[in-house]
Design a protein around this ligand. Structure first.
Ligand code: DAT
Length: 180
């Protein structure tokens, strides 16, 4: 297969990833509002457009059709300007993203968040283990250039606000450095 062509972007694409419950959707919505980038909730997109192969009843989650998802996203990712929110990061083409944020939450804070969502015990345990083993962080470091992957703590509202400010500052800086 040939190398994918590189398209210069007028605005950056940011990936907000992390274990479920770490605050991706809340942070992405606030950061999208602050930066003018578009919040793309990939889980919602998968459901709305049927980009899956049905429900995994054991974990009560959809089985992704990755090829369909990438095809669906390519057109709006190419020009940039997206704040992409998803718990998995290694399925996307590396060239899509200018910044990858991995949100992290302490065990004693994450557990009640997941319980509060009404997840079954199996799903809670699976997600707790994912966070403890830093699965998403390691996947991000394997899938993207080291210098674009940033780990941010997301335990409190104060930290979330700080994270949004950092993302906003990063976008402002990118825009300044990427003007034609
Ligand atoms: P995710 O999209 O990663 O699954 P979410 O944004 O839906 O997570 O957040 C899950 C719940 O936890 C939601 O009720 C908001 C709350 N929450 C998330 N991040 C938080 C933070 N940094 N401080 C306090 N509450 C937070």
């Amino acid at each position: 297969a040939g190398e994918a062509p590189y398209y210069p972007r007028s605005r950056p694409n940011i990936l907000i990833t992390g274990t479920p419950g770490t605050g991706k959707t809340t942070t992405s919505e606030m950061a999208a509002e602050a930066t003018g980038l578009k919040h793309i909730n990939v889980g919602d997109l998968v459901k709305a457009k049927g980009l899956h192969e049905g429900l995994d009843t054991e974990y009560d989650s959809y089985i992704l059709d990755e090829d369909k998802l990438i095809d669906e996203m390519e057109d709006f990712m190419r020009p940039g300007g997206n704040m992409v929110d998803f718990h998995t990061c290694e399925i996307f083409p590396e060239r899509w993203f200018d910044l990858v944020i991995v949100l992290r939450t302490d065990n004693n804070i994450l557990y009640p968040r997941l319980e509060g969502r009404g997840y079954n015990a199996k799903k809670i345990n699976e997600n707790m283990e994912c966070e403890i083993m830093q699965v998403v962080l390691e996947d991000a470091r394997e899938s993207y250039a080291e210098e674009i992957v940033i780990e941010l703590q997301s335990n409190s509202v104060e930290q979330m606000e700080e994270n949004v400010s950092r993302i906003k500052a990063w976008v402002d800086n990118w825009m300044e450095n990427n003007q034609e």
